[in-house]
Design a protein around this ligand. Sequence first.
Ligand code: FES
Length: 110
Amino acid sequence: MESGYVRVADTSEIPIGKTKKVIVQSKEILLANVNGTYYAIGNVCTHQKGDLSMGTLEGSIVTCPKHKARFDVTSGKVVSGPKMGLFHPKIADEPVFIVKTENTDILIKL
Ligand code: FES
């Protein structure tokens, strides 16, 4: 295995359209399977720490279960901010991790 990569899951654990939370070196990471390609971004919502793995994935967009902020799992970028009545706070993008697969292993680079 190339150095810097850590095995975090098996491909069978994350079907197309699904996500999974993994914790690696005390970082919470969201793995997502978008049409057979795996992506990894931070799992903790940059707004108020919603658990993105408990949200929904549609295409490449994951929606936070708390206040519905949306992030693109391919880039970590905020697609739309939290919905809190008339408030539309600005929030930070999620960190992105490089992912690769080897056979059925999903590896990420930290
Ligand atoms: S905690 Fe995610 S949108 Fe508020």
